[in-house]
Design a protein around this ligand. Structure first.
Ligand code: ZN
Ligand code: ZN
Length: 581
């Protein structure tokens, strides 16, 4: 099935996100009207996008597979225009803070969709846009309705698969080699939904023989269509493939829509370059300080890169054992909570403890840790901290993994994923749910917050030691270089050699990790910038408020207020926070 791309620290699944209070100055009627509009908008959005609806836990359209043909595109354009017209009837300034942000998020989504259709046109050059397997897999894996009911919808939805791939082929023009290869791999990989998962589910079902036979015939036709699509792509004459680099013009626009920042992509890139230099200086300084402590009488290398690299390698040997991996993570959560309370950094709701669990089988292979939160239609659901098991890994692989997640980095990971990072942010945004923010929540804010908390905890003395700081800087360097890499690849024609030099020789990454990052930069655009952009914007906002409020500034108040707006772009939170202080 189509694998979810798992970002740096593991998958972060959105939950019900929202806001705390309404602005007293706002127009009550306008807000009531806008609330009604939002509700109706979401229902129309799901009707237009049945696959997205199912993935968000709204199952009314499970049996529908949209065929991406020309007719569909004009329907989309019509939908966007109609919604923009409706949105324009509201004066955003008359709305409460929460609704002002929702307004901007809806508008941004509609503008971005119109731009995709008219200019970006990834449906023409990215064949991996077309893949039906993931949606079908979820219908079998997620137990949201009785199995027979899910299988009946599955069967109806299968009918459109051949038409779906026919339309896909008609849309594709001059695709990139990289996305063509990805499409072939992912579509073929997805076939197992029909060859393995489906038969297993049918066995457990009580469908009649006739129903089963109809379903199996449709499944066969779907498999043929998928295989035919893959082999068509393999044989597609493509003498001058389009470059995977999207170029400065498209990049600047996409950055604007995806990140929603006050800064341009170029400004963020330049800031990342400066930040990288500062990190290097700090790392060299610490390394000189603690060289003898770790390396004894071994001569200190003159080359600064070698100096830092050797120390990092040495300190990385301090790590847990495979069997203790989950226990160690579990042990750290109360320590983090205790520290946050002691230092008065942010209020943690004691009624919402984090449940640590071994990662469920369907997520297996995604090592590390991730947060799973209930979707917008699953309000009672638990939030879990999934910890990957290293059981059954070859020794060499788990050793290399544990060196990466050594005793220092493991703590930073827990800050990032759990307390006061993603998990804490989630609890705050759940306090007053907004379905708009759960659908269009801003990834740069969410990741930026988690990255910001790593620094904030260390600044406040969490497990303070030079070793901790050295490892933190290495970790932060990764985030910083993600931005430099993504920008350079798409705007400056960075070659693979240049990329490897940046990641391996300047960011101390292993070859395998660097190769993976290069691949990701060739297949995606802008997303790799979200961590650093959100981080640096939150740091700047904090600085601005400290200056403005002087001795009245309270870190705790800043954090709680900042999170109270939900997963909104930092730019919009900044505007609201500065206007009120
Ligand atoms: Zn070891
Ligand atoms: Zn994260």
């Amino acid at each position: 099935m189509k694998k979810r791309i798992v970002y740096v620290y593991g998958a972060f699944l959105f939950a019900i996100l929202g806001l705390l209070t309404a602005c007293p100055k706002s127009n009550v009627n306008a807000d009531a009207e806008f609330d009604k509009y939002k509700e109706a908008f979401v229902l129309r959005l799901w009707e237009m996008n049945p696959g997205w609806a199912s993935g968000s836990g709204y199952h009314k359209y499970d049996s529908v597979l949209v065929v991406p043909d020309k007719e569909r595109q004009s329907k989309e354009r019509e939908f966007i225009q109609k919604e923009l017209d409706q949105l324009n009837q509201f004066e955003s300034e008359e709305l409460a803070d929460a609704n002002q942000i929702d307004y901007k998020l809806i508008k941004n989504y509609l503008d971005a969709s119109a731009w995709e259709l008219a200019f970006f046109k990834s449906g023409e050059w990215n064949p991996s846009n077309y893949n039906i397997c993931g949606g079908f897999a979820e219908m079998l894996a997620n137990n949201y309705a009785p199995l027979d009911e899910r299988l009946r919808n599955f069967s109806i939805r299968l009918k459109n698969v051949p038409a779906y791939y026919k339309a896909a082929k008609a849309n594709i023009k001059n695709p990139t080699k990289e996305h063509t290869q990805l499409a072939i791999e992912q579509n073929r990989g997805g076939l197992s939904v029909f060859t393995a998962d489906l038969p297993a589910s049918l066995e457990k079902s009580t469908l009649s023989t006739k129903e089963k036979n109809v379903l199996l015939a449709r499944s066969k036709a779907a498999q043929n269509a998928i295989e035919e699509y893959a082999s068509w792509l393999e044989k597609l004459p493509n003498p001058n493939p389009r470059s995977f680099r999207i170029g400065s013009k498209l990049y600047a626009k996409k950055f604007g829509f995806d990140i929603q920042s006050d800064n341009s992509a170029k400004e963020i890139y330049q800031s990342a370059l400066i930040h990288k230099k500062e990190l290097h200086q700090k790392m060299v300084k610490i390394s000189r300080q603690i060289w003898n402590k770790h390396m004894g009488s071994k001569a200190m290398p003159e080359n600064e890169y070698e100096l830092v690299k050797q120390l990092i390698d040495q300190i990385s040997l301090q790590h847990t054992q495979p069997d203790n991996f989950q226990k160690d993570i579990e042990k750290q959560i109360p320590e983090l909570e205790k520290f946050v309370k002691q230092k008065n950094l942010i209020y943690l709701d004691p009624k919402k403890p984090l449940v640590v669990r071994r990662e469920p089988d369907y997520m297996a292979g995604v090592a590390g840790a991730s947060i799973s939160a209930p979707g917008p239609y699953d309000k009672g659901g638990n939030t879990y901290y999934n910890v990957g098991s290293l059981n059954g890994w070859p020794t060499e692989r788990s050793e290399s993994y544990l060196r990466e997640y050594n005793d220092y980095v493991l703590q930073i990971l827990n800050i990032h994923e759990a307390v006061p990072g993603h998990y804490t942010q989630l609890v705050y945004s759940n306090n007053s749910p907004s379905i708009i923010k759960s659908i269009f929540g801003n990834g740069a804010m969410v990741e930026g917050w988690a990255v910001y908390t790593e620094l904030m905890m260390l600044e406040n003395g969490y497990k303070n030691s030079p070793e901790m700081w050295l490892m933190y800087y290495k970790w932060n360097l990764r985030t910083t270089c993600n931005t430099i890499l993504d920008y350079s690849v798409h705007n400056l024609g960075f070659s693979k050699e240049q990329a490897m030099n940046l990641l391996v020789n300047e960011a101390y990454q292993q070859q395998a990790e660097a190769e993976g990052k290069w691949k990701r930069a060739t297949l995606t655009q802008v997303q790799l910038c979200s961590y650093y952009t959100g981080f640096t914007e939150i740091c700047s906002l904090r600085k601005e408020l400290m200056k403005k409020q002087g001795k009245n500034f309270s870190l705790k108040t800043f954090h709680e207020k900042f999170l109270s707006y939900g997963s909104a772009p930092v730019r919009d939170i900044r505007e609201l926070m500065l206007s009120k202080n």
